[in-house]
Design a protein around this ligand. Structure first.
Ligand code: DX5
Ligand code: ZN
Length: 222
């Protein structure tokens, strides 16, 4: 069986906002596969990051597919705006989605890939009846809202359980993990069956961000 390289999605949340243009160009020139965009509303999570005016301003610079993680209470209000921005994958939280099946359909109808994000306390088994419809599941390995937090080790077990659910059904749904990812936790996650790694502070606090991305890109799984 051939080895699969991890897909790397650096999080712009940890970039230097005084020189966003430089950091976007750095990602463009790196081995990163996607760019992870964290949108917060100060209601679902206890922090506010950035919104559409900033995204629209930097959009023309971005050369990587956009992986947008919405930490907001009413994500479906913004489907059209995200599709217009050319977003590749729209991630909505399970915890704010009373009609998740409908939301997944609406995201796909708008031409984007549909992903559902689970907080650390939300079991993967709750996705049993929508998994077949999903392009990706994003497992939070920290409580969402802030960069630079400590990785929650129990996430490894969630990755293994979700990998088993996906493989048993022969699905191609991707598993993405977000929070506290570095070369060590990244290696454990990929070994457990993760496909996509989000990394914020590990990349942007590194003295050589491109080398940090490379160290994650080298992780492979069977
Ligand atoms: C946290 C965000 C993450 C954050 C990860 O709520 O969803 O994407 O940027 O940051 P690190 O990699 O520093 O944990
Ligand atoms: Zn995120």
């Amino acid at each position: 069986m051939s080895k699969r390289q991890a897909i790397i999605s650096p999080s712009l949340l940890s970039a230097n906002f005084l020189r966003l243009e430089d950091d976007v160009r750095l990602i463009n020139e790196s081995e990163a596969d996607w760019l992870h965009i964290d949108v917060m509303d100060g209601v679902f999570v206890p922090n506010i990051s950035f919104g559409f005016p900033i995204l629209e301003a930097i959009r023309p610079l971005i050369k990587k597919p956009l992986d947008v993680h919405l930490m907001i209470v009413e994500p479906m209000k913004f489907v059209r705006e995200l599709a217009t921005l050319g977003v590749d994958t729209m991630n909505v939280h399970y915890e704010v989605s009373p009609h998740l099946h409908r939301s997944i359909g609406a995201i796909k109808d708008a031409g984007m890939k549909a992903a559902v994000t689970l907080n650390p306390h939300t079991p993967v088994e709750l996705l049993t009846d929508v998994l077949d419809e999903l392009d990706m599941v994003l497992l939070m390995s920290v409580n969402p809202g802030f960069g630079g937090q400590k990785f929650i080790p129990r996430t490894i077990d969630k990755v293994r359980r979700l990998r088993q659910m996906i493989d048993e059904r022969g699905l191609s749904t991707l598993i993405e993990v977000d929070g506290g990812v570095n070369a060590k936790t990244g290696a454990d996650l990929v070994a457990a069956g993760a496909d996509v790694l989000v990394a914020g502070s590990y990349v942007f606090s590194h003295e050589d961000p491109k080398a940090a991305i490379h160290s994650l890109k080298e992780l492979t799984r069977l």
